[in-house]
Ligand binder design. Structure first.
Ligand SMILES: [Zn+2]
Length: 553
C-alpha cells in the first residue's frame, strides 16, 4: 500500500473522535483517551498476533492512575537495531476559557456556530472559525490531530511490517501540559528496552502543533530539535532600614529591580545556535517576603525568570546570571552613592561613602559556606523544613526559595547579597548539530520529505531548528553528566521534591523532530486546526520521514 489521500481523511475523522473525549490534564479523561488508542490498535491483526507489542503502561507513582500507551512494530531485522520513536501527548489544557460554552468545548461540530455567535472575534479569526476549512475544539490542534496521525501511521505499518527495517515505537503520554509525568515514565521504559534489546534509537518524532511565528507569517514549519528552558532564580538579601533613615539600609527591592532591568527581555543574553535565536528571558515572579505593612524596608526578595535555551548548558546560564547580578549590584552601589552625595549636599551634612559591597554567590557556594560553619546540623535542619513543606504540598518554586532562605539564616555572613540558584522545572534543549551521523540522517530524511511535500502542495514549508514551544521532546536528551553537576548543585529542590530520570534520558538521548499540524490559538478558546496542510501535506511529510529513516530497501 502506498501513501494516499485517504490517509488524511482518516486522520481528520480520528482527530475529531479523540477531541470528543475530553482529557484535561490532571483528570481521568486522560485515561479514557489512552484506552481509546489502545482499543483502536488492539483490533489490528498485527497486535492480535503480538499482544506483547501493545500495552497500557501505568505511569510511575501517579496518584491519578494514568497510563501511557506503548506500541511497537518490528520490521525486518536491522543489524544495528535501529529504532524510531514516535511520541504524542493525549492531555489538553483546561476548558474554563470557554465560559458558558464549556460543554461544547470538545464538540468540534457543535462548537463552531455557537462560539462564533456568542463571542466577538475579529478578522481573520471570525471568517476562519466559520469556514469549513478550519476545525475548532479544545485539543484538536494541541494535539489530538498529531496523536491521530501517529495512530494511523502505526496502523499503516502494522498492516505491512515488512515495509520497515528496524523498530517503530509509539508512546502516547498524559500530563504534557502538566509535569510531563507520562513522558518521564516512558523514558525509563525506553531506557530499559534499550538495555534489554540492544535498541539503537535513531530519532524521535513528535507531532505537536505549530503555528505562525509573527503576524502575517504564512509559513508552515517543521522543526528539527527543540528549545529548552531553565528557571534561574535570585534570592536577594538587602539590609532593612527604617524609612526615617533610608540611606542606612540597602533596599532589596531596588537590587531586585536592577537585576530585572538587566535580564528581562535582554537580547544580549539570548541563546543563539546555528543562527537561530531563542526567546529572551522574561520574569515570572518578583516578590519581597514582607508579609505585613510596616515602615521598615523589605530585606529579602525572590525573583525568577523563564530562560529559553538553544545551546547553553546550565553552568553557562548560571554564569550569565551571576555576571548580570554582579553588574546590577555594582550599579546600585554607584547610584546610591551619587544620590546620597546629592542629598548630603542639599541637606548640608557631610558625605561619606556608603559601606555596601557587591556580593554575588551561587546557592552551592552559600551551602558549602554554611556546611563548613555548621557541619551536619544544616542538613538536619533542612530535612525538617522539607518535611513541613511536603506536608503543605508547597509548590516547587516555594520549596526552592524556602531552602535558600533557611540556609542563609544559618550563615554567619549577613551582608547584603544576591544568591543565584535554579528552581524546577528543567527542560533540556535538543540541538541537532550538522556533522553528527545520527543528526545528519534525520536532517536528510526531513529535508527530502519536505522537498517532496513542496512539490505536491503549494504551502510555503520551512525547515527550522528548535521547536519553539516547550514540550516532551525535551526529555529525549539531556546535558552530559559534567554539565549536569552545576544544575543539580544549584537546584535546592533537586532529589527532594523534584526528580528527573537523568541516567535514563542520557541513555536514550537522540535527535528529535516535530512534524505537526498547522493551526492557531492553541490554549485559547479559538483553538483551531487548518484542515489544509494538517490533513494533506503534514501526513505526507510524516510518512516520508519515517520511510526514509526506517523504510525497508
Ligand atoms: Zn502540545
Amino acid at each position: 500500500m502506498e501513501f494516499n489521500a485517504q490517509i488524511g481523511d482518516k486522520i481528520k475523522a480520528l482527530a475529531i473522535e479523540l477531541t470528543r473525549i475530553r482529557s484535561v490534564v490532571g483528570t481521568t479523561g486522560e485515561i479514557a483517551v489512552a484506552e481509546k488508542i489502545y482499543e483502536y490498535l488492539a483490533q489490528l491483526d498485527y497486535f492480535r498476533q503480538h499482544p506483547d507489542r501493545l500495552r497500557l503502561v501505568p505511569v510511575r507513582d501517579d496518584e491519578l492512575g494514568r497510563m501511557n500507551v506503548f506500541a511497537m512494530i518490528e520490521g525486518k531485522p536491522s543489524p544495528t537495531q535501529d529504532t524510531l520513536l514516535c511520541i504524542g501527548h493525549i492531555d489538553t489544557v483546561g476548558v474554563a476559557d470557554y465560559g458558558g460554552l464549556q460543554e461544547l468545548a470538545t464538540d468540534p461540530a457543535a462548537l463552531k456556530q455557537t462560539l462564533a455567535a456568542a463571542t466577538k472575534f475579529s478578522e481573520p479569526a471570525l471568517s476562519e472559525i466559520l469556514s469549513d476549512r478550519w476545525l475548532l475544539g479544545r485539543g484538536i490542534l494541541d494535539m489530538k490531530t498529531g496523536v491521530a496521525a501517529l495512530m494511523v501511521l502505526m496502523e499503516y505499518y502494522a498492516r505491512q511490517p515488512e515495509a520497515l527495517t528496524g523498530n517503530l515505537v509509539f508512546f502516547a503520554v498524559p500530563d504534557e501540559e502538566g509535569n510531563s509525568a507520562g513522558m518521564l515514565s516512558a523514558v525509563e521504559d525506553l531506557a530499559a528496552l534499550q538495555a534489554k534489546r540492544g535498541w539503537n534509537y535513531i530519532a524521535a518524532i513528535d507531532t505537536d502543533f505549530m503555528t505562525f511565528r509573527y503576524p502575517g507569517d504564512e509559513n508552515r514549519y517543521v522543526y528539527v530539535g527543540t528549545t529548552g528552558k531553565l528557571l534561574p532564580c535570585f534570592y536577594i538579601y538587602g539590609e532593612e532600614t527604617h524609612v526615617g533613615e533610608p540611606f542606612n539600609g540597602l533596599d532589596a527591592n531596588l537590587l531586585a529591580s536592577e537585576v530585572l532591568q538587566r535580564i528581562d527581555l535582554n537580547p544580549e543574553i539570548c541563546d543563539i545556535a546555528d543562527g537561530e535565536v531563542a526567546l529572551p528571558p522574561i520574569s515570572l515572579h518578583q516578590r519581597d517576603n514582607k508579609t505585613e505593612y510596616s515602615v521598615q524596608t523589605a530585606n529579602t526578595v525572590n525573583l525568577y525568570f523563564n530562560y529559553p535555551t538553544h545551546c547553553s548548558e546550565p553552568a553557562e546560564v548560571l554564569e550569565k546570571c551571576r555576571v548580570k547580578a554582579a553588574e546590577a549590584f555594582a550599579a546600585v552601589i554607584v547610584r546610591l552613592n551619587i544620590d546620597y552625595e546629592r542629598y548630603c549636599a542639599l541637606s548640608h551634612i557631610p558625605f561619606r561613602r556608603l559601606p555596601w559591597q557587591s556580593n554575588v554567590m551561587t546557592y552551592d557556594e552559600l551551602y558549602q559556606m554554611v556546611k563548613r560553619e555548621r557541619g551536619e546540623e544544616i542538613d538536619r535542619i533542612l530535612a525538617e523544613l522539607i518535611e513541613t513543606l511536603r506536608e503543605r504540598r508547597a509548590d516547587d518554586r516555594e520549596v526552592s526559595m524556602a531552602i535558600v532562605n533557611e540556609v542563609h539564616k544559618h550563615c554567619s555572613d549577613k551582608d547584603s547579597k544576591i544568591v543565584v540558584y535554579f528552581a524546577p522545572p528543567y527542560y533540556p534543549h535538543n540541538f541537532v548539530r550538522d556533522g553528527d551521523p545520527r543528526s545528519d540522517r534525520l536532517l536528510a530524511a526531513v529535508r527530502q520529505a519536505v522537498a517532496e511535500a513542496r512539490q505536491n502542495f503549494d504551502y510555503p514549508i520551512v525547515t527550522r531548528k528548535f521547536y519553539p514551544y516547550i514540550s516532551d521532546l525535551s526529555y529525549c536528551g539531556i546535558a552530559a553528566a559534567e554539565h549536569m553537576d552545576k544544575l543539580t548543585e544549584n537546584m535546592p529542590a533537586w532529589q527532594l521534591t523534584y526528580r528527573l530520570p537523568v541516567k535514563a534520558i542520557q541513555a536514550i538521548s537522540m535527535p528529535v523532530v516535530n512534524i505537526g499540524p498547522y493551526g492557531k490559538d492553541a490554549h485559547k478558546l479559538s483553538e483551531r486546526v487548518d484542515t489544509f496542510y494538517s490533513y494533506d501535506a503534514m501526513p505526507l511529510i510524516l510518512w516520508r520521514t519515517v520511510q526514509r529513516l526506517l523504510g525497508a530497501s
